[in-house]
Design a protein around this ligand. Structure first.
Ligand SMILES: [Zn+2]
Length: 336
């Protein structure tokens, strides 16, 4: 049996009459079978109610709480669940990126393909490191696939976050984190919950996603900023505030801003007095380790530093690799 691979604003695999898309970015392709790796906006652009959409329970819960979107055409999966699509079998595995993030293993009689979505290959407080799935063909996200992106240890970054916050509180400033409201915000809340006794105040947008995490067994302790209790807490300045990245209705009292993303290793805005490389993505070293563990015959890189990382794998690891955007539609067997 032949599987054709193509890039068309998302990964497309075709075998016989069966067309499967992974993280399609447009809604043009109706009536196909769509698999969504996680709930970040840049991965769900192709969600539409005329197609069958597959995603994990965690992803479905985030869409429900964050966007009040709980369509019956969102077919929920547990990690390990097998979905039969024509002659293919598709299995969801943990990707370690945010709640519900999945890698998809595609099994056919003659090869196994893995599409990682966004992956994180180390344990954090709200997610566990991505599973390693041996395969013939690995379609790998390479957001931080450049040697400049080496993150400090998770523990070191947590200590830096807590120390900065304590310093701001001691100085009489309200510490405010401006971070992605899905994934990063919950990790920040959990860091303060588990490592300190500092009360955590969250923006309503963050609180919506928190509910999805709590439903899936991640305990988070926080107060909504729009509640009466939250307003009192804000006035007291004896708390840390966690808001979305575009939050800009700052309170009248003095405050200090922080952000947390892997991009602070490259870009630094002067508005942030705290900038922490806390990432839900694998850094360069983790990506290399991951490929060594998986041992694929062919890698297709996707996102970010896809050109550089593909060349690195070919030259340093001797693994055949190329950016997926350079793929012309042809049978995957021809790459092996
Ligand atoms: Zn993501």
């Amino acid at each position: 049996m032949t599987i054709n691979l193509a890039w068309s604003g998302g990964v497309v695999m075709t075998t016989g009459d069966t067309v499967v898309r992974f993280d399609p970015q447009t809604k043009k392709n109706l009536n196909s079978l769509n698999f969504f790796s996680h709930s970040h906006q840049d991965h769900i652009g192709g969600l539409n109610l005329r197609s069958e959409n597959y995603m994990t329970f965690g992803t479905k819960d985030i869409l429900l709480f964050r966007e009040n979107n709980g369509s019956e055409r969102f077919n929920p999966l547990n990690y390990g669940d097998k979905t039969r699509v024509g002659e293919l079998e598709i299995i969801a595995h943990n990707a370690g990126h945010i709640l519900g993030s999945a890698q998809f293993e595609v099994r056919s009689p003659n090869m196994t393909v893995v599409y990682t979505g966004d992956i994180n290959y180390r344990n954090m407080l709200t997610t566990k490191a991505a599973d390693v799935i041996p395969c013939d063909v690995l379609i790998l996200e390479t957001t931080y696939g450049f040697p400049n992106y080496i993150f400090p240890s998770f523990g070191e970054t947590c200590v830096d976050i807590v120390n900065w916050t304590l310093g701001r509180l001691t100085a009489g400033d309200l510490p405010i984190f401006q971070v992605y409201s899905t994934g990063k915000a919950q990790e920040i809340v959990k860091i303060f919950n588990d490592l300190t006794r500092i009360p955590v105040l969250v923006h309503p947008t963050v609180a919506k996603v928190n509910q999805a995490y709590e439903k899936n067994g991640v305990k988070l302790i926080y107060t909504r900023s729009n509640s009466e209790e939250g307003k009192e807490l804000l006035k007291s300045k004896q708390c840390v505030f966690v808001g979305p990245i575009h939050y800009n209705s700052f309170p009248p009292q003095s405050y200090s801003l922080a952000t947390a993303t892997g991009w602070v290793l490259k870009y630094r805005s002067s508005k942030f007095s705290g900038a922490f490389p806390l990432s839900g993505h694998a850094d360069f070293r983790q990506l290399v380790d991951y490929v060594k563990q998986v041992k694929p015959k062919q890698v297709f890189t996707i996102h970010g530093n896809q050109e550089y990382f593909a060349k690195y794998l070919s030259k340093k690891l001797g693994t055949r690799a190329r950016p997926i955007t350079s793929v012309e539609q042809k049978p995957l067997q021809e790459y092996l």
